[in-house]
Write a protein that binds this ligand. Structure first.
Ligand code: KIV
Ligand code: ZN
Length: 512
């Protein structure tokens, strides 16, 4: 029996999330995130845009080959080559979906597609039929739907449902909608389209006006039964609706909305930490649900109230969303097999004994400096180990002198294609000096767009996780580094970013 009150959670962290400038992920990182999403019981994982590059194809394929409990989806424009490539990547999926789309707003049809509306309908119907020849589960999106004409949307949707689309997605591509209007649009579409009962209506909201979650909730209140969202609200420009906020709003206010999801909410914080550590996008402390302050009560009145009766100031528990998953897991005396199995639980599978040994050696080093090792430390350690593999530049050593009243000086030894090079530079602070010393060897001509330091866990022995964003010739990359010494973490992050600039894989953007 179908449950009319169940909202399908479609996570697009690996596709739309990856479109955030600098958020690109490796195949192995995407796999780790996909495993965590599966563990969280996400219904549909949009694993990527298979035609974008050979690397994207391989990522979608390996996720489709591996993940069994969630549906795996690939995006494709309404073009033959895109659809066929998506179908090929999903060939071995236990449950696969092709998500094809075309723009339907007057402005996109006229200037971007340069197509007349009847031609857009024809191409959409053709694309859905072609996808249905490859797979049963086909989703169709009307790009820029929130600026499209209602009558035109009714016409195209009726025809793509007849052509076999099972899910109809209404994106607010440019984050223009406001809740009441957006909900009304969804209601109108469902009421006016004669075969609307043959498909599930979905929404995909961007956050340009900070309304993505509100718009998504307005839509489900008006009949949509799938929400497209991302962990930490990652996504193109201001991001997408954040999964954790949608899921917890539906759960906490089931009394008014009467809707629910299948998500295991205790996996939310681990997923948020993982995505943040892989992408280098820190979570702001006051971010709902997953921010460090989300459950912290500072004022005396609040603390007193919570101690007397938790519900005085808390509408959900920290445990409900997985904050207690941050438990001490390992220490100095933990062995290799405990290390391996904890990382497997966190979604990391080592590809070789050599890789395991290298990560384990780093773990032992860390355990010497830090008594309690948490899941977040292990995740950072793996990101850091993998960041340093097979790369052009390697940080061999770094020493910095920093003293009150003196200019800091850094000495760096960098291996460039295995040839060691030593350089020295001074700077306004120790990090500045270290970056200048690295540049004295590399001379990358890249500009530093962002530098951020985050303490991974609490305490002064915590590892600092550093993100360095570099831009060169329009390309933006994020480098990551973790260490208990933040100057070393910073230098590692800088070197990681330089290595990422070296990669030459070209990627197509779905909406260009
Ligand atoms: O924002 C958007 O319109 C999209 C579509 C491709 C679904 O990401
Ligand atoms: Zn989008």
């Amino acid at each position: 029996m179908t449950d009319n009150n169940r909202v399908i959670i479609f996570d697009t962290t690996l596709r739309d999330g990856e479109q955030s400038p600098g958020a690109s992920m490796t195949r192995e990182e995407k796999m780790r995130i996909a495993k965590q999403l599966e563990k969280m019981r996400v219904d549909v994982i949009e694993a990527g845009f298979a035609i974008a590059s050979p690397g994207d194809f391989e990522s979608v394929k390996s996720i489709a080959d591996t993940i069994k409990d969630s549906t795996i989806c690939s995006l494709s424009r309404a073009l033959d080559a895109d659809i066929d490539r998506a179908g090929e990547a999903l060939k071995n999926a236990n449950s696969g979906r092709i998500h094809t789309f075309i723009a339907t707003s007057p402005i996109h049809m006229q200037y971007k597609l340069q197509m007349e509306p009847p031609k857009v309908i024809e191409q959409a119907v053709y694309a859905v039929k072609r996808a249905r020849n490859l797979i049963d589960d086909v989703e169709f999106s009307l790009e820029d739907a929130s600026r499209s004409e209602l009558d035109f949307m009714c016409r195209i949707i009726e025809q793509v449902i007849d052509a076999g689309a099972r899910t109809i997605n209404i994106p607010d591509t440019v984050g223009y909608a406001v809740p009441e209007e957006f909900g009304h649009t969804i209601k109108q579409l469902i009421e006016r389209i004669p075969n609307s009962d043959k498909a599930i209506f979905s929404v995909h909201c961007h956050n340009d006006l900070g309304l993505a979650v509100a718009n998504s909730l307005a839509a489900v209140n008006c009949g949509a039964r799938q929400v497209e969202c991302t962990i930490n609200g990652l996504g193109e420009r201001a991001g997408n609706a954040s999964l954790e906020e949608i899921v917890m709003a539906l759960r906490t206010r089931e009394d008014v909305m009467g809707l629910h999801t299948g998500i295991d909410t205790t996996q939310i914080v681990p997923a948020s930490r993982l995505v943040s550590s892989v992408t280098g996008f820190p979570v702001q402390p006051n971010k709902a649900i997953v921010g460090a302050n989300a459950f912290a009560h500072e004022s005396g009145i609040h603390q007193d109230g919570v101690l007397k009766h938790r519900e005085t100031y808390e509408i959900m528990t920290a445990q409900d969303v997985g904050w207690n998953a941050n438990k001490m897991v390992m220490g100095k005396h933990s062995g290799r097999s405990a290390f391996r199995s904890r990382l497997e639980e966190l979604g990391t599978v080592f590809e070789s004994d050599a890789e395991l040994n290298e990560a384990f050696a780093r773990f032992k080093d860390l355990a010497d400096k830090k008594h309690e090792i948490f899941d977040e430390d292990l995740q950072a350690l793996v990101s850091d180990t993998r960041a340093s593999h097979y790369e052009k530049y390697k940080l061999s050593s770094l020493s910095v002198t920093s003293q009150t009243g003196e200019t800091p000086v850094a000495n760096v030894t960098l291996a460039v294609d295995d040839q060691e090079s030593v350089s020295e530079a001074s700077g306004s602070g120790p990090v500045d000096a270290a970056f200048k010393a690295i540049e004295a060897t590399v001379n990358s001509q890249a500009s530093l767009e962002l530098y951020s330091v985050n303490a991974i866990t609490s305490g002064t022995d915590s590892q600092g996780e550093v993100t360095v964003r570099l831009e060169k010739g329009g390309r933006i990359v994020n480098g990551l580094g973790a260490d208990t010494d933040i100057i070393i973490a910073s230098a590692k992050a800088y070197v990681h970013a330089l290595n990422m600039l070296e990669s030459t894989e070209e990627k197509a953007h779905p909406q260009v």
